[in-house]
Write a protein that binds this ligand. Sequence first.
Ligand code: NAD
Ligand code: UDX
Length: 480
Amino acid sequence: MKIKNICCIGAGYVGGPTMAVIAQKCPEINVTVVDLNEKRIAAWNDDNVENIPIYEPGLSEVVKDARGRNLFFSTDVDAAIDKAEMIFISVNTPTKTYGIGKGMAADLKWIELCARQIARVATTDKIVIEKSTLPVRTAAALKDILDHTGNGVKYQILSNPEFLAEGTAVEDLHAPDRVLIGGDRETAEGKTAMQALVDVYAHWLPKERILTTNVWSSELSKLTANAFLAQRVSSINAMSELCEHTGADVNEISKAIGMDSRIGSKFLKASVGFGGSCFQKDILNLVYIAKSFGLNEVADYWEQVIIMNDYQKRRFAANIVKTLFNTVSGKKIAFLGWAFKKDTNDTRESAAIYVADYLLNEQAEVEVYDPKVTEEQIYADLDYLGSRSEEENRRLLKVIKDPYEVCKEAHGIAVLTEWDEFKTYDWQRIYDCMLKPAFVFDGRNLLDLQKLAKIGFSTAAVGRPIVLQEKMAEEPSLAI
Ligand code: NAD
Ligand code: UDX
């Protein structure tokens, strides 16, 4: 079966980059990405390709290559569904904020809306692909909706979870470790549909990287992968606290254990806590699914990953207060970074939001610099927590466009995102304009602490011994 038209519902962090790469690599296939959000679609269509709504290294070049040739962005969802033989569903599946499963289960309302819209509009057979991350067995619900419309259209449902990480999306899409396709291997129609999707990816990936499984394994593999990755971060973060109490250095531990090929070196960076739109949401979903089968020990095991992560964020903020002589009231704390990791403008679940909230509760004055995140987004993140009024958030927290300005007259600097540019700053210049003693709290183990100490900074980095300047260390009441 040859695919000529692909439709992707959802032009977000996954739908946009994934479809741009498919269009780039499959010039004979027309790819239309649709979304209800008019502003987002207008931004994808902006004449200046640098204004596309998602910042990802290399993405604007890919879009420039394919847009208008065989890559289209549109709000006409019905037309794109009707035309396509293959439809990806790549809409958001956030944690439910209401009703049964509130705070844990994935909210599948947007998925169901897509299925109903496809069922209403389709007049020819379709391959429907779950690209969104979904609870195991969602394909059965989709099939139920699609098969009961009575208009004679036949559907094949595939699961094709996305493993890209933000900040490296294009790289990950060009050369993924594997692509996973789950489908019905028992029937000829199922096999044909799976082969059609394999053929799309085979345009640029070797066959051995394209893995096929049954639908349920594919759906559950995605939740499992994210749970394992997040668990590694929480495990090393748990060790980071022990390091701070014992004089061990978490970076040295990561290196030492990472060289064991059974453990591997990736995802062992201690931090202020993981963020992003996926880890927390997917683990909560996993916990909810386990509980719904009565598997309480399984649920508790995975929930601990989240408990540890929340603790790590709180602990980082509490350590700032404690180190700054047990009060930050009226003191300026400069934030370097707001995004949940470098090279993205995404702030969903970023640790910075929670650290800021904690410090604002302690009456600190927070000023933020991030190279890619907008002021509007930073305030939206804070307002969403509902801890204080919008006016108060704007009074207590300022967003500054210049990194040196943000550090001026600050009592302490907190590094919340590992942006490369922070390493290249003139740290002497920063020191000179800060209040003394000048503190750096490195939540990413990014900066050269020895160099900072030489300049005169006192430093506290996650999982490493605190370094107070000599004069302070001699003073017992200040050596905390
Ligand atoms: P997103 O919020 O950036 O984008 C989703 C888009 O879908 C939004 O623009 C929204 O307007 C649109 N949408 C929702 N309902 C719609 C409808 N009925 N019709 C048309 N458009 C609709 O989300 P995202 O980050 O791209 O994530 C999408 C899915 O992919 C989620 O399930 C997520 O868990 C999964 N995922 C995300 C990542 C990531 O790094 N962000 C990685 C792997 C998997
Ligand atoms: C993650 C998965 O990696 C990806 O496969 C999936 O498709 C979506 O979720 P993403 O959230 O974009 O991707 O970024 P990731 O690189 O996994 O980082 C998640 C968070 O963990 C970030 O806040 C990051 O800073 C933190 N992290 C990661 C650490 O603190 N230490 C590490 O060693 C690795």
